[in-house]
Design a protein around this ligand. Structure first.
Ligand code: ZN
Length: 657
């Protein structure tokens, strides 16, 4: 397989694992890289990589090949599908048609898709990505018909806007303001979403027109940015521009046109990326979600150029954000910013903590970094953030997303009014539940990785193998994997042993795997054998209560049970529908938090005073403090399942008298 096909499949999951230096040269002529040598993944971080293009250790399965069985995930996906089908295409297109001076009598949308809003158009990009992912996941042709029609209407707008390929819900003259340093909207941000949406529609729906429209936009981007001296271009990058480097690098991989990669690199924001590549954290005070896509782009650019500068930047950024700037849920930011130095979070437990887009983007970066060396720390983070932030967002009644996930004690989750929110987190929220299954499984020629434990099935076409995962995880502390194979197949099954599982065990057809060897937390059980139809792997992952302390205040800690963040159920004092739903992102204004109990229990013996409420099914993972809460004890339940009431995640621990 040529390298460009390989890279395309890395983006979207794939069916083969190979790369050739010859194709790499074809992709990057004149880039100053001798791509003759393909790097061994084990040497990915070695000094010789400057002259080589990396090969990857693991690639994700395509969405088409993962079948979700978990009823909770199926419900939220169904809600998302119904919402995508219900959205009015003419209203979505309104600002594009107005900009192109085409007739539109549709009622404009609200908030960030309102006709004068500085973000308009972005949601249409998310809509296209979500439709394409939903189609890949479900095969529902109604969603394909709708997205295809949207692309053909966008093509009409593009044709009407001239012959340079420009397409946006903004007049092109707005770019003059941006380039001249005058107040400007987030023009490239909105364009990035639209371009990514078109690329996804092309990839998942085989829509050739989407690629045509996108290549027009890319040609216009080349022309528009090519006129600017580098210093001026860098100044424009001070305004949030999404992942323009990412989408152009992806387009380069999909089309094999190296020109797109050249243009992608114009969007490398040196003021932020260069220090990260040198191992310096300069993120304090920066807007958080503005930065994350730059590093997803850097990761793509590393794969396409082999330049270790990009690799170092992406790895360092991930480490700082995931390990030193995130809450127990895996989310980050307070009032949308990295406001404090690394490992300083006590002052950041606010009502406006954790913009949800940030975690959507961190999961994209994490998934990408996992493909490089299949390191378990990435899968551990993916589980933490997916379970405790992403799944904590959609209101179960209607699937309505939210913007901030407040970490101040006594807060509550505020959702967008169904069908009226068009903020960034509503757009990325559509995608979160259209691509369920992404990041669960990876593979290469000889190996399969099981990273997340949700009831699902993965079809490994090349091997003629289907792996079915049956579990009620996390309500059940483990999972069962069954192999369905047309004929015996030799491969290594890598089962993740999570960081929180210190007493894990695995059996194969009832016989213990490595009976005399402890399975180390944050590793893989690597089971290399010839697998036969009906082979069964049972994975036991005993969970226990544990604390995650705020790094700069050891008296503040969150309580976890295995992978699950537990939250205190604090009731509905002063809450009504008006305070649980809002069409504004600044949601909590004027509403005060309430007093929250403090905990006096022994931190080294949590199970003595935090006890399961009941073995009943509907009370699974529900606990109650016993004689340790002051002024009263509290019931604890999974944060991701706690809605429509006040909660506490971080508790003040006091020394018992
Ligand atoms: Zn957002």
């Amino acid at each position: 397989m040529i390298r460009r096909d390989f890279l395309r499949r890395v983006l979207y999951g794939g069916t083969a694992f190979a790369a050739t230096g010859a194709a790499a040269r074809a992709l990057t002529p004149g880039m100053g890289h001798d791509a003759a040598g393909v790097l061994d993944p084990l040497n990915l971080l070695g000094p010789q990589s400057r002259q080589s293009l990396p090969t990857l250790t693991a690639i994700p399965f395509r969405l088409e090949d993962v079948r979700i069985l978990d009823p909770n995930l199926l419900r939220v996906r169904e809600q998302t599908l119904n919402y995508l089908l219900a959205l009015d295409s003419d209203r979505l297109l309104h600002n594009f048609r107005v900009t192109a001076k085409l007739p539109s009598s549709a009622e404009p949308l609200y908030n960030r898709e309102a006709p004068t809003n500085g973000w308009r158009g972005h949601y249409v990009g998310h809509f296209l990505s979500a439709c394409s992912q939903m189609y890949a996941s479900t095969g529902d042709v109604r969603i394909k018909t709708k997205a295809d029609a949207m692309v053909s209407e966008l093509a009409k707008c593009q044709a009407q806007l001239g012959d340079k390929g420009y397409l946006s819900a903004f007049p092109e003259s707005d770019f003059d303001n941006l380039e001249q340093g005058r107040p400007a909207a987030v023009l490239w941000y909105a364009l990035h979403k639209i371009m990514a949406g078109l690329l996804d529609v092309n990839e998942h729906m085989q829509n050739a027109q989407a690629l045509q429209v996108l290549e027009g936009m890319a040609a216009w981007t080349d022309w528009r940015t090519g006129r600017l001296p580098e210093e001026q271009m860098q100044r424009t990058l001070q305004i949030e521009f999404g992942g323009m480097n990412e989408v152009l690098a992806n387009l380069s991989a999909v089309t094999g046109n190296p020109r797109h990669l050249v243009v992608a690199q114009r969007f490398d924001h040196h003021a932020v990326m260069d220090p990260a590549a040198q191992g310096r954290d300069t993120l304090t005070s920066l807007h958080a979600n503005t930065q994350i896509p730059k590093f997803i782009g850097a990761a793509r650019e590393f794969e396409l150029t082999g330049d270790p500068h990009y690799r170092d930047a992406a790895l360092f950024f991930w480490q700082q954000v995931a390990l030193h700037r995130s809450y127990v849920t895996g989310g980050n930011s307070a009032r949308e910013h990295f406001r404090t130095p690394p490992d300083v979070l006590a002052s950041e437990l606010t009502d406006l903590s954790q913009e949800t887009c940030n975690t959507y983007n961190m999961l994209k970066l994490t998934r990408q970094l996992f493909t490089w060396q299949a390191e378990p720390q990435y899968a551990d983070y993916y589980e933490r953030a997916f379970l405790n932030h992403i799944l904590a967002t959609p209101n179960p009644a209607d699937g309505s997303p939210l913007y901030y996930l407040g970490m101040q004690s006594g807060q509550w989750k505020v959702h967008f009014v169904p069908h009226e929110g068009f903020f960034c987190c509503c757009g990325s929220g559509l995608e979160n539940f259209s691509k369920l299954g992404d990041g669960f499984y990876f593979h290469n020629e000889q190996s399969l990785w099981v990273n997340l434990f949700f009831a699902s099935e993965v079809n490994w076409r090349e091997k003629g193998v289907t792996l079915r995962q049956e579990t009620r995880f996390p309500d059940e502390a483990g999972t069962r994997l069954t192999i369905q194979a047309k004929s015996p197949a030799r491969f290594t099954l890598n089962v993740r042993i999570p960081c929180w599982a210190d007493a894990a065990s695995v059996t194969i057809n009832g016989k213990p795997f490595q009976p005399r060897q402890k399975l180390v937390p944050s590793s893989y059980a690597k089971i290399d054998r010839t697998w036969k139809n009906g082979d069964r792997v049972e994975v036991k992952l005993p969970m226990r209560l544990h604390l995650q302390t705020v790094p700069d205040d050891p008296t503040l800690a969150a309580i976890m049970y295995g992978p699950v963040v537990l939250a205190g159920e604090l009731g509905t004092e002063n809450l009504d529908a008006k305070r649980i739903y809002s069409d504004d992102k600044v949601l909590h204004g004027g509403f005060s938090a309430i007093a929250v109990p403090e905990l006096f229990g022994d931190r080294n013996a949590l199970d003595k005073w935090i006890q399961p409420v009941s073995e009943k099914k509907d009370a699974a993972l529900t606990f109650r403090t016993v004689g340790a809460g002051h002024p009263q004890d509290v019931t604890l339940s999974p944060f991701y399942r706690l809605f429509d009431q006040r909660y506490c995640v971080y508790w003040r621990f006091r020394q018992a008298a």
